[in-house]
Design a protein around this ligand. Structure first.
Ligand code: AHG
Ligand code: MN
Ligand code: MN
Ligand code: MN
Length: 335
């Protein structure tokens, strides 16, 4: 069968045994994420027609005003995963604390925890610009049969067994890795089926796109400022092109296909940066490394960072290998 004709469902079954733990549980979990992605896609697509645009009127634990679609996407993912009893715990950007999942028939028997950014790029919802969902999956550390604890969620990103994102864009795509490369599936909305459209995705080694919120330039540290100036200099293949959508998922997706670097640095006003280590940076870093790219939080590799709390923030630089290495040269000059 040609790769173009293969559906995500078929791909999951075919690859079930290549996964190192191969119990089938991870495949069921990816299947549930596929289903939740279709449900959220349906909601996002009709957002302008029904009353789900705008603010929900609540503030989340991050101190952000929740949008109605943040809340809806959060509910849909949690419901879908909970109803199928395939995870033992969920942590979400939109929830204060992690959720332990259990039922009478299933006494904490599941092995996986999921961490999600249910709706990434909230500021783009009302203006019909691409948004996404990010997910990250770990095996629990505590023994099966006992309730999950915070320790199960605070694992370094290198322990991830799978991670991915959905981008609700001009077409809807689900892109994920189980540690054996990155594959992208495009939704055919007429029949509600994802097809393998982007097998074995890789960041080009070099790129010509830099993505950063330059409005914050004045607050950046000198190394980042100098790198941005380097991107803008006229020399060799520079100046580079600046592209910033404001949805990490969409910026990452474009850079992976075309070659580029994404930056959310710390600044004089946000010492930790903005992006969340567990829901945003770790899954994107796992995908980046699986696609020949790099992801650092300053001097350190993102996947090596030992998390201290659920909603921890961290500076994030990610993309084409040679671009990240060049940026790192600038950062180390000032440390
Ligand atoms: P979220 O919508 O999940 O809260 O994430 C927003 C994040 C990320 O998607 C995006 O790249 C970044 O915030 C944009 O931040 P700025 O508006 O500060 O540039
Ligand atoms: Mn948010
Ligand atoms: Mn986000
Ligand atoms: Mn979000």
């Amino acid at each position: 069968m040609s790769t173009k004709n293969r559906t995500l469902g078929e791909y999951i079954i075919e690859n079930q045994n290549s996964f190192k733990y191969s119990s089938g549980e991870l495949s069921k979990l990816i299947n549930a994420i596929r289903l939740a992605a279709k449900v959220v896609n349906h909601e996002v697509n009709k957002a302008g027609l029904v009353d789900i645009l705008g603010a929900a009127g609540e503030t989340n634990i991050q101190g952000e005003d929740q949008q109605k679609l943040d809340v809806l996407a959060n509910e849909k993912f949690i419901q879908t995963l909970t109803n199928r009893e395939i995870v033992c715990g969920i942590a979400s950007e939109e929830e204060d604390d992690f959720i332990s999942i259990n039922s009478n028939d299933n006494q904490h028997q599941n092995k996986y925890v999921v961490l999600i950014d249910p709706l990434d790029g909230s500021s783009n919802i009302d203006v019909n610009v691409s948004v996404g969902t990010i997910f990250s999956i770990y095996r629990r550390i505590t023994p099966v049969g006992t309730p999950v604890t915070l320790e199960d969620f605070l694992q370094p990103g290198k322990n991830q067994v799978a991670a991915g994102y959905v981008v609700y864009g001009t077409s809807t795509m689900l892109v994920y890795t189980t540690g054996d490369g990155v594959n992208g599936f495009t939704l055919n909305p007429a029949i509600g089926t994802f097809y393998l459209s982007h097998p074995n995705m890789k960041f080009p080694e070099d790129g010509r796109i830099y993505s950063v919120n330059e409005g914050n330039y004045i607050h950046f540290h000198q190394g980042v400022k100098d790198y941005i100036k380097y991107c803008q200099e006229e020399e060799g293949d520079r100046p580079y092109t600046s592209r910033y959508i404001g949805s990490l998922v969409s910026d990452f997706h474009r850079n992976m296909i075309k070659g580029g670097i994404y930056m959310y640095p710390k600044s004089s006003v946000t010492e930790e940066g903005k992006l969340r280590l567990l829901y945003e940076c770790n899954p994107m870093a796992f995908l980046a490394e699986q696609a020949n790219g790099l992801a650092i939080g300053g001097k350190t590799r993102i996947l090596d960072v030992q998390p201290k709390e659920l909603h921890q923030r961290i500076p994030f630089f990610c993309g084409s290998r040679n671009m990240v290495l060049k940026l790192q040269e600038f950062l180390t000059k000032y440390h």
